[in-house]
Design a protein. Structure first.
Length: 591
């Protein structure tokens, strides 16, 4: 295909899924495989069926080979399950049956496969569970592999990349991504993909900058085309002008410098200039995030979202499986505590095998503990698994979305039943396990003093607290302009919670996304927080701020902010204050 010259500074915006800046020449790995849906004669059916089965076998062999290579790489072993998923898709009854049916209906193998893949894709598009919906990328990856084998198209292997390059592909399967050599792949850019696709997860695990979802970049570029990419902001600039090149070189240096500097904070305590020690912990969903959390210096886990153990599978995990998962995380985080939150299912986290009914207002429906209390068996199984694991480290047990004292008491009663049962069975568990609640409903804020008498700790879930306090759906882009942590009502709410907790000597943590934003660190300090839990990569960034400010200054700042009546006023006052205090950080483009 003749290449079309790319205009200088062609600016493209996709989804930044793995941060960092890369500059280099493009290595075009693959483009969309185009196939013709040619009709066949009845006497060609057997031959086409053979061809299709041969392609399945070839794909299987390729995957097994990759699996063997990957299993030799220690840091990637935990991702082997992705290849197993692909091997399972190859055996999928529907994939095989539907394609063979279409071949018998006189389509060539490629055409038949194309139809089946379209149908499968449609099915995945209609799945409500976001995690499962994202698994359509695994089906696509298998589809591309089979198509390539059938069309005899030469696949450039990621392992063939000779020189350092920015890899561009129509799609990169997790299997391709796993084979990437960090030394040679400066970054990757794809037409397809989303934030939670396995490829994106792996990019973050490998710390390779990545921008996905650019739709048609693979048909626009060619080998050796110069480009710059920003995986933090999802930007790709093709054929950069000298000016752009210099600008990105500067940004890259600044980014790399910042990363190095931040790494230096890893083992330092988050201690303020007036000697207040703040605990910075990580929010974890999956074991994938484990190495990164440790690398960024997390002091344990402030929020373990256990519902992710239940997502993307056909049945609930058994007590044993949960026990193993909790034990692993506890042992890995020793001597730091791990706050395990019981299932927070419902709302936007739909688990297909739990057969949740469709609800008109899911965020206010059968969510979190409400669901656990209805599904007593499931709840008890989870509590048993957590308690059994509690002897392997320091667990703090947390109930989500508590809205009243009676509800908390019911949860605690069930917990006691489970504890009694374990005692009868002679099974060991931590008798002094700390029990706490998420404070994320307005009623819990208003009753914080009552709750403080019944629990060991609070964890403020600002993601939901903002949604419920301001009546703004956290996932609705039309009202997103109203969703703001600096809303005066939210600042007041956090202040009240901290006050109620501090007066009764109850620990209080904040584990919503707000905790990971460096701009808010001084405000949270001033509001009275001693513990913050966030996405692990934010830990050094927040720590850097905390080590340069004092609680006293935080308290003074909060006093000023609490007198302001609108988000805009609060936000510009805070902005101004932080730029003046820490210009190195807040006047910088890359924080
Ligand atoms: C929150 O609501 O702030 C929170 C941390 O929980 P989630 O985001 O899982 O609802
Ligand atoms: Mg929540």
């Amino acid at each position: 295909m003749a290449k079309i010259e790319v205009v200088t500074d062609t600016y493209l915006v996709g989804i930044g899924v793995s941060p960092g800046i890369s500059i280099g020449e493009i290595n075009l790995l693959n483009q969309r495989t185009t196939v013709d849906d040619l009709p066949i004669m009845p006497d060609e059916v057997e031959n086409e069926l053979e061809r299709f089965r041969w392609a399945l076998e070839q794909a299987r062999e390729e995957l097994l080979e990759i699996k063997q290579t990957v299993s030799r790489k220690q840091h990637l072993r935990e991702h082997l399950y992705i290849l197993d998923t692909h091997l399972l898709i190859l055996e999928d009854e529907m994939l095989i049956r539907e394609t063979e049916k279409a071949i018998r209906g006189l389509s060539c193998s490629e055409g038949a496969l194309k139809k089946t893949l379209l149908n499968l894709r449609q099915m995945f598009e209609n799945i409500e569970d976001e995690y499962l919906r994202e698994r359509r990328s695994d089906v696509d990856a298998i589809g591309e592999r089979l198509m390539r084998i059938l069309t005899g198209e030469q696949q450039r292997s990621i392992s063939d990349i000779g020189q350092k390059a920015l890899v561009v592909a129509h799609d990169l399967s997790p299997a391709d991504t796993m084979q990437m050599d960090r030394e040679r792949v400066l970054g990757f850019i794809t037409d397809k993909g989303g934030q939670t696709s396995h490829t994106a997860i792996l990019a973050r695990a490998l710390e390779i900058p990545a921008v996905v979802g650019l739709e048609s970049i693979s048909s626009l570029v060619y080998d050796r085309l110069p480009a710059v990419m920003d995986g933090t902001n999802g930007i790709v600039i093709l054929n950069p002008s000298e000016e752009t090149f210099k600008e990105y070189l500067k940004r890259k240096q600044a980014y790399d410098y910042l990363e190095k500097e931040l790494h230096g904070f890893k083992d330092l305590p988050a201690i303020t200039t007036d000697n207040e020690r703040i605990a910075l912990r990580g929010n974890l969903e999956m074991a994938d995030e484990f190495p990164a959390a440790r690398k960024h210096g997390t002091e344990g886990v402030g929020l373990y979202r256990t519902e992710f153990l239940f997502l993307g599978r056909s049945e609930a995990p058994s007590e044993e499986e949960q026990f193993e998962a909790y034990k692993e995380i506890l042992a890995g985080m020793q001597p730091h505590p791990v706050t395990i939150r019981t299932l927070d299912i419902g709302g936007d986290k739909i688990v297909s095998h739990l057969n949740l009914e469709h609800e008109a207002n899911p965020a206010m429906g059968l969510r979190a503990v409400r669901f656990s209390l209805r599904e007593g068996g499931l709840f008890k199984t989870q509590l048993r698994a957590i308690l059994r694991a509690s002897v392997y480290g320091k667990v703090r047990l947390m109930f989500p979305m508590i809205s009243g004292v009676a509800e908390l008491r019911t949860c605690k009663r069930i917990l006691r039943d489970v504890q009694d049962r374990l005692t009868q069975e002679g099974i060991d568990f931590d008798q002094d396990i700390e029990v706490g609640i998420m404070i994320e409903t307005p009623s819990a804020v208003l009753l914080a003093d009552f709750f403080a008498e019944e629990v060991d700790f609070f964890s403020i879930g600002t993601n939901d607290l903002i949604q419920y306090c301001l009546a703004v759906d956290r996932g609705n882009e039309h009202v997103a302009y109203l969703y703001d942590p600096l809303h005066p009502a939210i600042l007041r709410a956090i202040k009240n919670i901290c006050q109620a907790a501090n007066e009764r000597d109850v620990d209080v943590c904040l584990c919503g996304e707000m905790a990971g934003e460096p701009l808010y660190a001084l405000v949270l300090l001033g509001l009275g927080l001693n513990e913050l839990s966030m996405n692990p990569a934010s830990i050094p960034r927040v720590k850097r701020v905390l080590r340069q400010v004092s609680r006293k200054d935080g308290v003074a700042l909060v006093e000023k902010l609490l007198a302001l009546k609108t988000v805009k006023e609060v936000s510009s006052c805070l902005d101004q204050e932080m730029r003046t205090r820490l210009p190195d950080i807040f006047d910088h483009a890359l924080i």
